[in-house]
Design a protein around this ligand. Structure first.
Ligand code: ADE
Length: 288
């Protein structure tokens, strides 16, 4: 896979040379090129931003350097394959594991890292007439620029490429992996020692009984997902759930109902704030 990144902070992308990605680059699985947007500015100040039309705070990235950069980077790449332009932006569609899987199947990604209030909207609009453009957000928060989001997306995508991870199977159990664990968070994992200061690894994981282990892992995934991401449980396709899945989910619902009932009882037994005396007499233990 070829990856081009255009940024005003090329040094920010240094992590792309480290760890699994660095090794994948050395082995030729990944061909990464980082470009300084300012190389395509035409003035002495190497200006990349200007004030927004319509007023408002912040600055907007000028279209000309971006268009020159995108044109040059596209022309310098292979002419046998088409690039996909990825624009990390908090206003984009939410990036998910499904996107990671889809992007991992593409031959060439160009990342355009915006800063300030983002790129002039005519850049993606014009690019869309030539190549696929994906505006992606990595979450509901605002970063200072697209560089950190690019690192996140590149790592999520490239670890799925054949030959990047040491163990290809380890991606199939991932949280959000497409397949048996689709829509579920991965449960807890353990390694040796089996007994660590009295904290013991669940017996089933030491049993060698693989069907029982698979079932236990799925139970744990359902429990963790219900606790941390109830929205994902609500989105599960009932056709993907077997009898035991339904049993686990019913147990969790029952526990929720019990907790709710306890809270309601506590509410009934505890006087409301407004029923309490606003000026209670000082208690002997706290008075000076
Ligand atoms: N740039 C700034 N915030 C971002 C976000 N949440 N996702 C992607 N790119 C961004």
């Amino acid at each position: 896979m070829r990856i081009d990144v255009i940024t005003i902070f090329p040094e920010y992308l240094a992590p792309l040379g480290v760890s699994l990605l660095g090794k994948a680059r050395e082995r030729g699985v990944l061909d990464v090129h980082i470009h300084d947007l300012r190389a395509w500015t035409a003035d002495v100040h190497r200006t990349v931003d200007d004030t927004p039309y319509g007023g408002g705070p912040g600055m907007v990235m000028k279209p000309e350097p971006w268009w020159s950069a995108l044109t040059a980077v596209t022309e310098a790449g292979p002419d046998t394959v088409q690039p996909t332009l990825v624009l990390p932006t908090p206003s984009g569609r939410r990036f998910t594991q499904r996107d990671a899987q889809r992007l991992a199947g593409l031959p060439w990604l160009i990342f355009a890292c915006g800063r300030y209030e983002g790129l002039d909207a005519r850049v993606p609009e014009r690019a869309r007439a030539r190549i696929p453009v994906e505006e992606l957000s990595i979450g509901d928060y605002v970063l200072a620029g697209g560089e950190a989001a690019t690192l996140v997306i590149v790592e999520a995508v490239t670890r799925l490429l054949p030959g990047v991870l040491g163990n290809a199977d380890s991606v199939t159990d991932d949280s959000f992996a497409v397949g048996a664990m689709s829509g579920l968070l991965e449960g807890p994992v353990y390694t040796k020692p089996a007994d660590w200061d009295g904290l013991v690894v669940p017996a089933v994981l030491q049993s060698g009984n693989h069907p029982a282990i698979a079932r236990w892992r799925r139970d744990q995934a359902l429990r963790r997902t219900a606790a941390n991401r109830p929205d994902l449980i609500a989105g599960l396709d009932p056709a993907d759930l077997d009898g035991r899945d339904r049993e686990v989910l019913a147990e969790l619902e029952e526990r929720d109902r019990e907790v709710l009932a306890e809270m309601e009882e506590w509410d009934r037994e505890t006087p409301a704030e407004t029923d309490r005396d606003p000026n209670p007499p000082p208690s002997p233990s706290t008075s000076p």
